[in-house]
Design a protein around this ligand. Structure first.
Ligand code: TXA
Ligand code: MG
Length: 350
């Protein structure tokens, strides 16, 4: 066990973070999407220590973070599509998969010939990346399988004793991980939806493909385009069920399940949109924001799943969003957190 310091970002703490990274150590830091667990991406030992701290399967590659587009040149083959995308979306919640160059260790890419790269926009992430002048490999700073961390406390809860420093940058603005876009395929392909939506990408690209495993489980024998898509992910300890359909039907279905569970002494938590919360009066519902602001549901999801675990809630029910715009990323995470467990309330399923 090492002593984990939780520090507010100041010039000194950012210098300390940079020194630790230069020495091959781990640092937890905020980004606009979720908190990252950073290490020097050019140091194979440092990269391996990320996998150990998270309990991450060794075949799931890491994202390399840099402060400026010029820093990508030594790491990967940047094509014209990547340049166009960077002009519009970087810094920001976009990760691009590009053919890697020799300097990036196989430990970072889990043996792949491509590398995932991203330029975060969070001022603390940027300050830290500039101070250490290194490319930083960073997955989300959670224990593998758990919901990603959107506050410094979440990182502390999962990784205390496994790293020397966490920089506290408050709550993450996007709340879901970056969009992972594969630029090594003939048509750019979204492997993981995130803050940069397909609609936004189409303002720059002629065509974007969406990997079809985004809203369904991988079929038996099917190859995951993105290794991260294979694992059960983002799951709370309690059992989460998504309920789809017309709002009255959804609320009716969730009410019946909740009342039945309560009659057996089980606690239930309901994730509901503000416009529908009246329909759950007398039951314990938490707001996932307004239907008109789906980015709010995205921002809150992981934190709500984590607090349900903190409160030992065994059963959760959630309303759903249409899978467009940021709704696609929200539904991708919700489906995985629920292990694809869902009820169609319009079909009268129970
Ligand atoms: O928002 C984010 O992207 C956060 C912050 C910290 O930047 N990071 C993050 O990293 O979510 P991680 O490791 O939790 O997710 C990385 C995803 C995984 O699904 C992984 O399989 C995929 O990116 N990935 C990384 N390199 C890849 C590659 N070369 N080819 C295909 N998928 C790749
Ligand atoms: Mg992750």
């Amino acid at each position: 066990m090492i002593d984990t310091q939780l520090l507010m970002p100041t010039e000194e703490s950012i210098q300390l973070a940079a020194q630790l990274l230069e020495r091959g150590q781990l640092v937890g830091f905020p980004t606009e999407t979720v908190y990252g667990l950073g290490a020097n991406a050019l140091d194979p030992e440092a990269a391996l220590s990320i996998f150990a701290a998270k309990g991450r399967p060794a075949d799931n590659p890491l994202i390399v973070h840099v402060a400026e587009p010029e820093q990508l040149e030594p790491l990967c083959h940047v094509n014209s599509t990547a340049l166009k995308l960077m002009d519009v979306f970087c810094p920001g919640p976009l990760t691009m998969i590009l053919p890697k160059k020799e300097i990036v260790p196989m430990e970072v890419t889990a043996g792949l010939n491509s590398v995932a790269v991203r330029i975060p926009s969070h001022p603390v992430a940027r300050a830290m990346l500039k101070a250490c002048k290194l490319p930083i490999a960073a997955p989300s700073a959670n224990t593998s399988g758990k919901p990603s961390p959107t506050s410094a406390k979440h990182v502390m809860d999962d990784l205390k004793g496994k790293l020397p420093l966490i920089l506290d940058g408050g709550e993450c603005e996007v709340g879901l991980e970056s969009t992972v876009l594969d630029l090594t395929s003939s048509v750019p392909t979204i492997l993981r939806p995130g803050g940069v939506t397909p609609e936004m990408l189409l303002t720059v690209l002629e065509e974007v493909r969406i990997a079809d495993s985004i809203l369904r489980p991988l079929q038996e024998g099917e190859k995951a385009l993105s290794p991260g898509m294979r694992y059960k992910h983002y799951a709370p300890t309690g059992k989460l069920t998504m309920v789809r359909g017309r709002p009255e039907n959804v609320a009716g279905c969730i009410r019946r399940h909740t009342e039945a569970a309560k009659a057996q002494g089980q606690k239930v938590r309901i994730l509901a949109f503000d416009e529908h919360r009246d329909m759950y009066s007398g039951l314990e519902s938490v707001s996932i924001g307004s239907l008109n602001q789906p980015q709010c549901a995205a921002q809150k999801l992981f934190s709500i799943l984590r607090s349900a675990d903190d409160d030992s809630i065994p059963l959760l029910f959630s309303e759903t969003l249409p899978a467009s715009g940021i709704g696609l990323a929200f539904m991708n995470r919700l489906c995985r957190a629920a292990g694809f467990n869902e009820i169609d309330a319009d079909a009268g399923e129970e």
